[in-house]
Design a protein around this ligand. Structure first.
Ligand SMILES: *[C@@H]1O[C@H](CO)[C@@H](O)[C@H](O)[C@H]1NC(C)=O
Ligand SMILES: *[C@@H]1O[C@H](CO)[C@@H](O)[C@H](O)[C@H]1NC(C)=O
Ligand SMILES: *[C@@H]1O[C@H](CO)[C@@H](O)[C@H](O)[C@H]1NC(C)=O
Length: 330
């Protein structure tokens, strides 16, 4: 592997967008309470999330700050945010199942619906486990109105089972960026030549209208995950445990519906003014020069699969593939 000097070294410097975000965060602290909806969620897990599935498959650290999700031969488990969010910066630290994790998938994703609704929007990070010593693969995907199939797969420049690393999504009307430890591994731009939000759903491929929940989960996917399903989960190694901490959403939040009320809480004021926030301002609308270099380094060295290059599935590249910044085109 050649190129970026921080490979295997301390993480690269804070990109501009994040630096601006931290500044915005600090200066906003005094007014969050009166603004209400646009807020930073960094409190305990229980404040932000609820468990989906087997409660006894989740364990919490003594300080309440780390959640451990267990998969065994009975079941996996997950958790989801109570609120939905439209645009923002969403980050979580994860430490993945170590040793033999073949067949096991850990996920961290956003979705407009609580189930696989046919017209859902979705942004995915999926971590595909492997045999001891073999590399994890990180798969990302973007769904708009139920249409996904936009997989990219990357290997990582560190062992994601050894320590916590940060996985983040920046989402605004101009672009979606998947970050690993401040490195933009994937950019998914909107079509700047078209007015955003047209026709209620925006462009044909870009999630722009529906607020999303944030989900995390662990499950058995040995029918497809590792070497295309050839490597099966070794249940003798169970339980498989992935750890989560330091969730942060700097975003426009939809409060959850009141208990017993139909799920249609009023649109929060921030939804009409996302441009007031750092994550929907010019520095967050496109990668800066340093981020483009990082992203090109990732594309050269760590890309395992790109649906845009898969002519068997897509004899003509999907239209959004043409919108990638030139430096990241492979
Ligand atoms: C599941 O795992 C437990 C503990 O290893 C074992 O006792 C049990 O037989 C397993 N059940 C099945 C259905 O494999
Ligand atoms: C891997 O297995 C070894 C030996 O059983 C154990 O000590 C270590 O904690 C395991 N590592 C992880 C990340 O689970
Ligand atoms: C698992 O390891 C094998 C062998 O190194 C590799 O070919 C594969 O891409 C890795 N990841 C997955 C998800 O199959």
């Amino acid at each position: 592997m050649t190129g970026r000097p921080w490979a295997g070294a301390p993480p690269p410097p804070l990109p501009l967008a994040v630096a601006v975000g931290v500044a915005a965060l600090l200066s906003c602290c005094c007014c969050c309470c009166c603004q209400g909806a646009s807020a930073t969620a960094a409190a305990s897990f229980g404040d932000n999330f609820e468990i989906t599935g087997a409660e006894d498959h989740v364990k919490t650290s003594a300080d309440g700050q780390t959640w451990y999700l267990y998969l065994d031969n009975k079941t996996g488990v997950g958790f989801q945010t109570k609120q939905r969010y439209l645009f923002g910066w969403f980050s979580m630290k994860l430490k993945l199942v170590g040793n033999d994790s073949a067949g096991v998938v850990t996920a961290y994703y956003m979705c407009s619906d609580l189930d696989a609704a046919p017209l859902r929007d979705e942004l995915d990070f999926e971590f595909l486990g492997n045999r001891s010593g073999e590399p994890y693969i990180i798969q990302t995907n973007v769904y708009h109105s139920g249409v996904g199939g936009r997989e990219m797969r990357h290997s990582l420049w560190f062992d994601p089972t050894a320590d916590f690393h940060t996985y983040a999504i920046l989402w605004n009307p101009k672009q979606i960026v998947f970050f690993v430890d401040k490195v933009a591994i994937r950019v998914y731009p909107n079509d700047a030549s078209k007015p955003p939000g047209g026709g209620g759903g925006g462009d044909g491929f870009f999630p722009i209208a529906k607020p999303m929940y944030i989900f995390s989960s662990i499950w058995n996917a040995d029918d497809w995950a590792t070497r295309g399903g050839l490597e099966k989960t070794d249940w003798a190694k169970a339980p498989f445990v992935s750890s989560y901490r330091d969730f942060a959403a700097d975003a426009c939040a939809w409060p959850p519906p009141a208990a017993g009320v139909a799920p249609s809480p009023p649109t929060p004021a921030c939804a009409a003014a996302t441009g007031d926030s750092w994550w929907d301002q010019p520095p967050a609308w496109a990668l800066d020069a340093g981020q483009r270099l990082d992203n090109a380094w990732v594309a050269r060295n760590l890309l395992v699969y790109d649906y845009c290059d898969d002519r068997k599935r897509f004899p003509t590249p999907p239209e959004e593939c043409k919108l990638r910044p030139a430096a990241t085109a492979s």
